[in-house]
Design a protein around this ligand. Sequence first.
Ligand code: UT7
Length: 331
Amino acid sequence: MEKINAAITGIAGYVPDYVLTNDELSRMVDTSDEWIMTRIGIKERRILKGDAKGTSDMGAEAVKSLLEKTETSPDEIDLLICTTVTPDMQFPATANIISDKVGIKNAFSFDLNAGCSGFLFGMSTASKFVQSGKYKKVVLVGADKMSSIVDYEDRSVSPIFGDGSGAVLFEPTTEDVGIIDEILHVDGAGRKHLHQKAGGSLKPPTHETIDAREHYIYQEGQPVFKAAVKGMADVSVEMMEKHNLTSDSLTWLVPHQANLRIITATAHRMNLPPEKVMINIEKYGNTTDGTLPLLLWEWEKKLKKGNHLIFSTFGAGFTWGAIYLKWAYNS
Ligand code: UT7
């Protein structure tokens, strides 16, 4: 039997309309456009406004456009996986809510949380279902309403994050395209540097946890920064070496968008020129599970069948890794 590969056959993205600029943020906390641009490389980020709007609303927008674009009926979908750190609710899964909102009824669906590596781990997971031969159309949607857990009184965290989502369709192919290899890592000891203190079973919400602002992101920037540079660069270089990819033969680096300095350090270690690195952090910030699909969404027209892509991420957990994928279509 021929080997089944899992290929990305469509991509769509969604970002909310509201633009939170560095200038507006500078009126909320003690920061400046100059500091944010120099240290992080973000000019603006999108924010989902409106009561009763959550992560599933952005995820559903991305999935709806994906289905339209790929002329796929919701009934044809076998599985939908949502990667998120900001689910609508603790339960049920945001994936279930998205499936309901877009009319996917013949599929099962579940959430996956791997911090900022969620979409990468989701690519690995989605591909296994496709490679099994049993599932023909699998939707992977990464969506986060980071503004729901960002403390807009904390200047060390508030400039970084934004809201957004993106979705891809995975389908089987026997051609030499799709996911070729993956290297995924976790080190749970890193959790002390990046987590949300309250709201889970360890520390359920109380008046005290709210007063202590423990439902927001807690991040120690420098240890996370150091681990991110090392983790993303090491694993990306390892993937290049394993597959004899060079700075000439590799077409694109698709890196998680957390800090421009982390991205450039990774690209530098890979010896890649800037024109081979997808970057849109300046306009969206770190959308957590949205970064990788939002890059593909923006770059889709430039991607050609057979292009060699390395995806690379680092996030809370710690989680990190790289995926090597050959692009499957010309748009
Ligand atoms: O995707 C999830 C994983 N997360 C990440 O990858 C984030 C990794 N970390 C980072 O990107 C960076 O560490 C930050 C962007 C969070 C911080 O940048 P940094 O260059 O590491 O700054 P720092 O924390 O060392 O702070 C340097 C100075 C401090 O002032 P002093 O002590 O030198 O007087 C901070 O108080 O910058 C100050 N500072 C700010 N100043 C103006 C911190 N935040 C701000 C700010 N505006 N927003």
